[in-house]
Design a binder for this molecule. Structure first.
Ligand code: ADE
Ligand code: ZN
Ligand code: ZN
Length: 261
């Protein structure tokens, strides 16, 4: 009896560890920070349209929706929409792209649906929630990573002595270790001039993908399997994380302002 209970506990514990290891997202704090920053840069008209679609919840509130729905098998088909992996020395090739969808196709589908006069209100609401999340994912460099290590998920590292992986360090370990709320993160984003904001908001989706991929190269060279990461790693890379969250927020606002006028 006792061995059966011990065995069951070990199995449950292993499953919970495995599930955690495969959760591909900026953590909730990162996504919500992107949402708050975007909220501050919406036009009045866009804000009105979004308030209507989201029943007066803000962007931060729905920024984790695409992760929340992973608990429901009915939404399994969206799993690959959170990332895009392609060779670092190649251009993104639509002909070779993941047939199940990837982060680029995801963002394009969300935008197209929100612009489509014939789309239903339910579809617009769904794809708006998805878009808020995916614009965040786009700015986590390892979501534009290498397929062979699943965006760094297979690069096992220790984070302050605990088992983690390079992907998770960038999704959440650094941000959670910083210990600011998403509101504090957003309020303490760098103060930028109008010209600096306009510069960040310029460019196409593929330009932004290219930028994240270039950063991913740096991230891959920052750590290797079995590395022990702690204070020094955050000291070197937290500024990059903060900048990426800010770019994500500013570009989410840009995309939404373009859609909703
Ligand atoms: N699974 C496979 N590739 C991935 C990536 N780049 N990010 C998150 N999860 C993944
Ligand atoms: Zn995600
Ligand atoms: Zn992730």
């Amino acid at each position: 009896m006792k061995t059966k209970i011990t065995f069951t506990l070990i199995v449950l514990f292993s499953i919970s560890i495995a599930l955690q290891a495969n959760k591909p997202n900026w953590g909730a704090t990162g996504h919500r920070t992107v949402g708050v920053i975007a909220d501050k840069h919406l036009t009045k008209k866009a804000k009105r349209a979004i308030n209507n679609l989201l029943d007066n919840h803000n962007l931060a509130f729905y920024s984790t929706f695409s992760d929340d729905i992973k608990s429901d098998k009915a939404f399994n088909k969206f799993y690959s929409w959170h990332y895009v992996n392609f060779a670092f020395d190649a251009k993104y090739d639509r002909a070779k792209a993941d047939k199940d969808g990837d982060l680029i196709q995801a963002i394009e589908t969300c935008i197209a649906t929100l612009k489509d006069k014939n789309a239903t209100r339910d579809d617009k609401v769904f794809y708006l929630k998805m878009l808020i999340h995916f614009m965040g994912d786009l700015h986590q460099p390892l979501h534009v990573g290498r397929g062979e290590d699943r965006g760094g998920n297979d690069i096992k590292v220790k984070w302050f002595g605990k088992s983690s992986n390079l992907h998770r360090v960038w999704d959440s370990d650094m941000i959670d270790g910083y210990n600011m709320s998403f509101t504090e993160m957003a309020n303490n984003a760098d103060k930028l001039s109008k010209a600096q904001i306009a510069f960040i908001q310029k460019g196409t989706l593929l330009d932004w993908v290219g930028e994240s991929q270039a950063l991913a190269k740096t991230v891959y060279s920052s750590a290797k399997n079995d590395d022990k990461l702690s204070y020094r790693y955050s000291y070197d890379y937290l500024a990059t994380v903060r900048q990426q969250l800010q770019k994500g927020g500013l570009r989410l606002a840009k995309v939404l302002n373009d859609i909703f006028g």
